[in-house]
Design a protein around this ligand. Structure first.
Ligand code: OOB
Length: 552
């Protein structure tokens, strides 16, 4: 296994193999076996572009040879930041085939996050779009190459911005075709027990951590998700959220759809204007969104009156879906509903079609694998009885045992016997269904995008006009949570637009910008000298607590 990753202990690896969870197939095997069965069927759709399974295999093979020709080697890490386009899938399979490891960045990531991902992964390559949604990714890429020592190769989706130092992805495929015209150059078969790619954590500490996912674990997770949702070659999946998100990528997502021989349609964004016509035209059967998108779609459906009846499963996950919103989906959108609890770190839970209505509306269902272990524990790590809230711990065949290159953090994030401490507050109903109740970890879940409080606070405190900062979530009907920033100013307090502009200037992604700001003379502290976020959160929610008065 790649250096810096934590393998499963041998006894568990043996058990997962012996019990048939890990089958020794790589993601390449999965694609090729689907192509062997469904060669001319449509694998991917993006606007008017349709790509068959055969073409996808051919293009990803060419990409693999092309990347190799251009200097990418097996085990090299390559940060991939692309919108929802066919090339994303081609690049991923190209890198898998070469044994290079994609590191998934979100299209919304900016200098701060990209630098971190490049540095922590020691990336040799960075695949980026052109100017996308007004942001000049090529300029960022060039800057990063000057600043990050390991970064040697830049690739872009946009031919018009390509140059000697920035190779167009079309040129990568062309280089592969030229070097291997008959498609027979031998390429090493990936080791199924090795890392296939890296997902990003929601970020419990300052910046996202990398989560290595092996072929064995991810192929199994997808297969379990495919079975749980009964996905077949007749299904059409719509990728609404970014494809780099675990939910959209493999739960069952784009890649699980390819495993099933179905068609994955790539949407450019989550707007109803974009998605409703595609759902109608392609007869989409499954798609995955967060509660904020559900809200947006419900509002738009009132006047757009779309026909979404082909959607048998509108998967909703990433943040808490409130019962009243859940209850409107079937009558108002005409889609079936499936709640999904998931994490880049592993464990996935689904509600099922045959669940009682109330369980469908108010729980996050069951794990997708019988080998998933869940514990709900109190603050002494003791199991609590059903219907009691505690922290969710989990272990299983697709829940890795450590973050990449993070031994210190791993010691805290995992129990000695390998359970991942999710930081989620949850309970199990007496019939074993999971209900997420809140979080221990210091995150703001803004419409499913997890923003680390520490990350934003660090950036705020780096501004000359601010000496101390603390950010807290406030509940929000639309996004689930919004971010409220408390600052102690140096001199005149900066305004929200000034703060947003300064943070953007520092390279912070737009979804991490505070929604409101309030200047205070001093931040409240707990007895242990930590900033008392409970007081701040209560104040942000408009509640006044007697203690708050003492500290402000
Ligand atoms: C998904 O993955 P991540 O890694 O971005 O975030 C994981 C965290 C969980 O620990 C939990 O705090 C929250 O997101 N979460 C939910 C939830 N699903 C995820 N909170 C309440 N209700 C839910 N249904 O978000 C993710 C990955 C794969 C599939 C689905 C979601």
């Amino acid at each position: 296994m790649l250096d810096g990753c934590t393998p499963w202990p041998a006894e568990y690896a043996e058990r997962y193999r012996a019990e048939g969870y890990w089958t020794g197939e790589s993601l390449i095997d999965v694609l090729e076996s689907s192509a062997a069965r469904h060669g001319s069927a449509t694998a991917l759709v993006q606007g008017d572009l349709r790509v068959s399974y055969e073409e996808l295999v051919l293009r990803s093979r060419r990409a693999a040879v092309g990347f190799r020709e251009l200097g990418i080697a097996p085990d090299d890490r390559v940060v991939v930041q692309l919108p929802n386009v066919v090339e994303f899938v081609v690049v991923c399979f190209g890198l898998f085939r070469l044994g290079a490891k994609p590191v998934f960045a979100l299209p919304s990531h900016r200098a701060s996050e990209i630098r971190h991902l490049l540095e922590i992964s020691g990336a040799a390559g960075y695949v980026l779009p052109g100017v996308h949604r007004g942001f000049d990714h090529p300029a960022l890429g060039r800057r990063m190459r000057d600043e990050v020592g390991t970064l040697r190769h830049l690739f872009t989706l946009d031919e018009t911005v390509a140059g000697d130092d920035l190779v167009a992805l079309s040129a990568v495929e062309a280089a592969g075709a030229a070097a291997d015209p008959s498609g027979t150059v031998p390429l090493p078969a990936p080791d199924p027990a090795d890392v296939a790619f890296f997902l990003l954590s929601g970020g419990t500490t300052a910046l996202p951590k990398l989560i290595s996912r092996t072929h064995d674990d991810y192929v199994y997770m997808m297969r379990a998700a495919v079975e749980a949702i009964r996905l077949t070659g007749d299904d059409v999946y719509l990728a609404v959220l970014p494809v780099e998100f675990n939910f959209t990528f493999g739960c069952p997502g784009v890649i699980g759809t390819l495993l099933s021989g179905g068609t994955a349609v790539l949407a450019a964004d989550a707007t109803p204007e974009r998605c409703f016509p595609v759902i109608e035209r392609e007869r989409v059967t499954v798609t995955s969104v967060g509660p904020s998108v559900v809200q947006l779609w419900l509002d738009a459906a009132e006047w757009m009156k779309p026909d979404l009846s082909s959607v048998r499963a509108l998967q909703i996950g990433g943040s808490k879906l409130h019962r009243d919103l859940a209850a409107r989906i079937r009558p108002e959108l005409g889609c079936g509903i499936q709640q999904v609890f998931g994490m880049a770190e592993g464990l996935i839970c689904f509600t099922r079609d045959d669940d009682p209505e109330e369980a469908l509306l108010t729980t996050q269902g069951h794990p997708i694998s019988p080998a998933d272990e869940m514990r709900i524990v109190d603050d002494k790590d003791q199991d609590v009885p059903p219907d009691t809230i505690g922290e969710l711990l989990t272990r299983g065949p697709y829940t890795p045992r450590g973050y990449y290159r993070s031994p210190e953090h791993n010691a805290r994030a995992f129990t000695e016997d390998g359970f991942y401490r999710s930081g989620d507050l949850a309970r199990l109903t007496p019939d074993g269904r999971l209900v997420i109740e809140g979080r221990i970890k210091d995150l703001i879940n803004r419409g499913g995008e997890k923003v680390s409080a520490g990350d934003v606070e660090g950036h705020l405190e780096a501004l000359p006009a601010i000496s101390r900062a603390a950010v807290v979530p406030v509940p929000d009907d639309y996004l689930g949570e919004r971010m409220y920033a408390y600052i102690v100013a140096v001199g005149t307090a900066p305004t929200l637009p000034e703060i947003k502009a300064a943070l953007t200037e520092r390279g912070l992604a737009a979804y991490k910008l505070p929604d409101r700001v309030e200047a205070v003379d001093e931040l409240p502290h707990t007895g242990l000298g930590k900033i008392d976020k409970k007081i701040l959160a209560a104040r942000a929610r408009g509640e006044t607590t007697p203690t708050a008065a003492v500290f402000f």
